[in-house]
Design a binder for this molecule. Structure first.
Ligand SMILES: [Zn+2]
Length: 519
């Protein structure tokens, strides 16, 4: 059992500069550190690996043929480096093949529109033309039923339009404060107005979409602006018969204004997609077996799946390449580790941490023997923070491991122990909830959240390779140091900070059950 320790101090920050030289009390071989550096920094393969994964294979939605292709590619890469790897089936998901999508304005004038098909949406045997309509304001239960009879063959706009599609940073910089305030209240009014229009069509968003397609609509049109130039977040469809599409902030706003002004907007949609039924789902696991302590494990991980509108470059192509490259580096520089080093490429993180949760359920021996797990899942940019997740005893170990990392890399990293616990967010939680010491290697978040996280602009060109190669090198060095540490990392759990709502310490996060099938 893990021992729970009361921590009197608030989250202790351990600045790396204060770790004394003698803290390095375990025998690391500088020649190994040097080889890791050379392999990771001077012979980095990250640009080539990222180009193959993002450009050639593409987005990796759970259940898509591209995710399966990415898994085959990982196995082939590991095989070419002589690293034992396998795929482990853990369940099934909805199979869906995304084809091409074309959306054109055909009246009152021609214009090609910027659009994405929502995930798992049906296609159409298109192209299919139809008028664009918005549910009228002031619908009652009775008039809603009558209005639904008029939507046959039409495309229905169901999102509120944005009053402006400029990034908020621009407005802050250039606009008058009255303008910013006016736009904010206009945005609120547009949201309120649209939810009023949709209310009588069904209880939930899904019910409303189904009511529209059951009434014979040609498709559902939404727009989920991500608050920056040209970015929309694109998730999954609720429709079962007709296409559900997302249109860019600019083009959606234009369609909405035309419909409201009675200018008769009409679009032509050609959506190609294929429902592949229920298909098996996998994690890919690579492993360098420990020579002295094979039953003790270091896990490096990142989810391989992504959303589908971009190519999943920073969510989580960069995490994937970081851990893949770290394993290539380790095989070259440290091929016979003391403890077993495992790399996990998880499936279906975006559907609710399913791959990592299944792995933890299927491998009690790895949880039992876990020295440490490091997961990366928040975009490009260099690693700058490791939060302790409440593991009070792990801090000194990680600080010692960081002491072998050259300052070019370690100088940017802050350790926060015992640190906050992030209940959700990514796959480290599948381990933390079991009381197994697992940490996120975190990089800058704000710009990621605005521009690439789950957006149509999450593409190869956003990757910062100077940082990615350092991140892979850091992961390899941490794995090396954790493997050589003479001691096991204790799983001592701090008492978590007080929840201001209850006045009680927060409770340790609980594990859910892996959702191994979509139905
Ligand atoms: Zn992610």
């Amino acid at each position: 059992m893990r021992v729970r320790t009361l921590v009197l101090a608030l989250a202790a920050l351990i600045p790396l500069a204060s770790v004394p030289a003698h803290a390095q009390t375990f025998p690391t071989d500088d020649a190994v550190v040097e080889r890791i550096w050379e392999e990771g920094i001077e012979r980095s393969m990250t640009p080539m690996l990222a180009q193959a994964l993002m450009d050639s294979i593409g987005p990796r939605l759970a259940g898509s043929p591209e995710l399966a292709a990415a898994q085959d590619w990982l196995l082939a890469m590991y095989e070419s480096w002589g690293v034992p790897a396998r795929s482990e089936e853990y369940g099934t998901w909805r199979g869906w093949r995304q084809g091409t999508l074309h959306v054109d304005l055909v009246a009152p004038r021609p214009q090609t529109l910027e659009a994405e098909l929502l995930a798992y949406s049906p296609g159409n045997d298109g192209p299919v033309e139809g008028d664009v309509v918005v549910p009228p304001a002031g619908l009652t239960e009775e008039s809603a039923a009558r209005w639904l009879e008029t939507v046959v063959g039409k495309y229905v706009l169901t999102s509120p339009p944005e009053p402006m599609c400029r990034a908020p940073q621009e407005l802050e910089k250039y606009a008058r404060s009255e303008t910013v305030a006016r736009l904010d209240s206009l945005r609120q009014a547009l949201r309120g107005d649209m939810s009023g229009r949709m209310r009588e069509l069904g209880r939930s968003w899904r019910d409303r979409e189904r009511a529209l397609e059951d009434a014979g609509a040609a498709g559902i049109v939404t727009s989920r602006w991500s608050g920056g130039w040209g970015v929309n977040k694109v998730f999954d469809a609720g429709t079962r018969q007709v296409p559900a599409i997302d249109i860019s902030c600019e083009d959606y706003g234009m369609l909405f204004r035309m419909a409201e002004a009675g200018q008769g907007p009409r679009i032509r949609v050609h959506a190609v997609a294929e429902d592949l039924g229920e298909v098996p789902q996998f994690n890919v696991i690579a492993e360098l077996r420990g020579t002295e302590l094979p039953e003790e494990y270091i896990v490096l991980s990142a989810h391989l799946d992504s959303w589908h509108a971009g190519t999943g470059a920073t969510d989580n192509g960069t995490g994937t390449i970081m851990m893949l490259e770290a394993m290539r580096i380790l095989k070259a520089a440290y091929p016979s580790p003391r403890r077993t080093i495992v790399v996990g490429h998880w499936g279906a993180e975006e559907m609710g941490l399913i791959g990592s949760r299944s792995f933890v359920e299927d491998h009690p021996e790895i949880i039992e023997g876990l020295q440490v797990a490091f997961n990366q899942d928040n975009g490009t940019w260099r690693i700058e923070r490791i939060e302790g997740q409440g593991f009070i005893g792990a801090g000194p170990h990680i600080a010692r491991w960081m002491s072998i990392v050259p300052r070019e890399i370690s100088g940017h990293v802050t350790l926060e122990f015992p640190g906050a616990q992030n209940n959700r967010g990514s796959d480290h939680a599948s381990f933390v909830c079991m009381g197994a010491p697992a940490f996120r290697l975190q990089s800058n978040y704000d710009e990621y959240r605005q521009y690439t996280w789950h957006t149509n602009r999450d593409t190869y060109d956003k990757i910062v390779f100077d940082d990615l190669k350092e991140n892979a090198t850091l992961a390899a060095m941490l794995a090396y140091a954790a493997s050589e540490d003479p001691e096991r990392v204790p799983g001592d759990q701090a008492m978590l900070p007080v929840d201001p709502r209850t006045g009680e310490p927060r409770s340790w996060m609980r594990c859910g059950t892996a959702r191994r099938s979509p139905y």
